[in-house]
Design a protein around this ligand. Structure first.
Ligand code: SF4
Ligand code: SF4
Length: 534
């Protein structure tokens, strides 16, 4: 044991005058990153191997005969490193100049502009003027298949894309062909990336605008997009993502790093699954009354009337239909309203299922799961029973004919007909879209999608994860946790929860699996629920 008390598996070095202690095996680039010093890099990516080929991460290490590539030089005890010394900057400036010899500098029409690592580094460290006089090499544009377009002229040959497909997707469909300045990325076969399940990630990790998404092509400028921490609603894996929004529309989804769930990645199915968040034609105002007697009402009137009806249904039993697309807070609100009736309550939910799972072999934690909804596990933990088939249909025979109180939240009832709920003494439909099967509803209440509210889901690992609000709700639509929370609170003589976080606190009082947790503690990176396993 060393006498300085430091753990034997760490090393202490100095980077730009600051002492830093890191685990053995940490590269200089990672050690610098840990103290907020960014060393320019292209080929290095934390989720891939480091081939040390881009030569832009050169730093000065005292005592070393020449500059060292910081991505593969491991931190050593007593090392003194200068990332910003004149020799280091001069060398990186030279490397950058080489990159610009053939780069087209078409930033004004490049989708990556504003988030491009070439643009950033040249702005920070590059020469003011280029000295190249030769005509630039031209490759043009290539359709790589799937959602990916390749602009060869912009490529800096970092090989991140090739290594991702090889090391992480284990589906090696890209390679480098030719040599020297003619070297270019290409596909092996004509089908290219068509049919690959995780290829969208190469667009994310391409440090420049060489690989771009067809779906996002020329849709928005990076600096016009708002980023919101969220959770992918595509399946029960619960990949951490960002919603990138502009003009109150989701423009694209991007993975958000969480090494416990999805690493740096997300699947193409989940990435493409966002247009529904932008759909027009939403339910916008509360309505009361069945069939032809239906009329619009404001929230105050609708909730007062509904509360009165619930109070008047003495002894009626309650059947609830929830949805695995709803947050824990919303589902707990549904159960609290149902539970307040004295005739007994039971609830179900339905979920579409894919025929198979789709794993990411190089990061085995990430699997596109069979359950194609984000909160199947939250719904189960809260006590809703799963019914229906793999299409997310059927299983509501008992509910459809129920003659007591019927509460439907988030299930669009698309497989049900106009007879649904005809016998119910009180039928309440809370949804984002109207449904022909809700014609018998006494109350139709517009609620928000997960993108328009805050809340939490529980993923397949039993991990609770929070998401934030990225879009404004249409019309008077309100979060279901608020609507149902207000009704449940009135029944119990409590205050209406004023936030999703307060609704979570109330849920934690009612449901032991969430006891002791808060939104703040869980955060958007999530936390495993104790005693809940996949
Ligand atoms: S296409 Fe992008 S990720 Fe692939 S080698 Fe070129 S710059 Fe790197
Ligand atoms: S694996 Fe599931 S949660 Fe992750 S991105 Fe794909 S669909 Fe979304």
């Amino acid at each position: 044991m060393p006498d300085n008390g430091r753990k034997p598996d760490t090393v202490t070095l100095t980077i730009d005058g600051r002492e830093v202690t890191v685990p053995k095996g940490t590269s200089l680039l990672q050690a610098a990153d840990g103290i907020g010093v960014e060393v320019p890099h292209y080929c290095y990516h934390p989720g891939l191997s480091a081939p040390a080929q881009c030569r832009i991460c050169l730093v000065e290490v005292e005592g070393a005969p020449k500059l060292q590539p910081s991505c593969v030089t491991m931190a050593q005890d007593g090392q003194v490193v200068h990332t910003d010394s004149a020799p280091a900057r001069r060398m990186r400036q030279g490397v950058l100049e080489f990159y610009l010899v053939n780069h087209p500098l078409d930033c004004p029409i490049c989708d990556m502009s504003g988030e491009c690592m070439l643009q950033d580094y040249v702005f920070e460290e590059g020469r003011e003027k280029g000295r190249g006089r030769e005509p630039k090499r031209v490759f043009g544009r290539d359709d790589f298949g799937g959602d990916v377009l390749f602009y060869g002229d912009r490529c800096v040959m970092c090989t991140r894309c090739v290594r991702f497909m090889e090391e992480v997707a284990r589906d090696p469909r890209l390679t480098v062909v030719e040599r020297g300045s003619r070297a270019v990325i290409d596909t092996f076969f004509e089908h290219g990336l068509e049919g690959a399940s995780y290829a969208g990630n190469i667009v994310d990790i391409c440090p420049v605008g060489a690989l771009v998404s067809k779906d996002f092509l020329h849709k928005a400028r990076a600096w016009d997009l708002d980023h919101t921490e969220s959770i992918c609603p595509g399946c029960s894996q619960g990949c951490n993502i960002e919603l990138h929004t502009r003009d109150n529309l989701v423009q694209r989804l991007k993975p958000r790093e969480n090494r416990e769930v999805n690493g740096h990645w997300m699947c193409d199915y989940g990435r493409a699954n966002y247009e529904w968040m932008n759909h027009p034609g939403r339910l916008e105002e509360p309505a009361v009354g069945r069939g032809n007697g239906r009329r619009e009402a404001d929230w105050q009137e609708a909730l007062q009337l509904l509360f009165g009806r619930l109070q008047g249904e003495d002894g009626a039993s309650v059947r609830m239909v929830g949805s695995p697309f709803c947050s824990n807070e919303a589902l707990a609100g549904l159960l609290a309203v149902g539970g307040a009736a004295d005739g007994g309550a039971s609830g179900v939910f339905r979920c579409p299922r894919a025929p198979d799972e789709d794993p990411l072999p190089g990061f085995p934690l990430l699997v596109r799961r069979r359950d194609l909804a984000p909160n199947v596990h939250g719904a189960g933990i809260l006590g809703l029973e799963r019914v229906g088939d793999d299409e997310g249909e059927g299983g509501l025979e008992d509910v459809a004919d129920h003659d007591g109180i019927l509460l439907v939240l988030g299930d669009g009832l698309r497989d049900q007909d106009e007879g649904f709920g005809a016998n119910a003494s009180l039928f309440v439909y809370l949804g984002t879209f109207d449904s022909p099967a809700a014609v018998n509803a006494d109350f139709v209440l517009p609620v928000t999608t997960f993108a328009e509210e805050e809340g939490s889901f529980v993923n397949v690992q039993g991990r609770a994860q929070c998401f934030r609000q990225g879009l404004h709700a249409p019309g008077s639509a309100r979060p279901a946790w608020l609507v149902l929370g207000a009704l449940a609170a009135a029944a119990r003589g409590l205050e209406t929860p004023a936030s999703a976080s307060a609704a979570f606190d109330r849920m934690a009082e009612d449901h032991g699996a969430f006891a002791g947790l808060t939104h703040e503690a869980i955060g958007t990176a999530g936390m495993p629920l104790e005693g809940v396993h996949a």
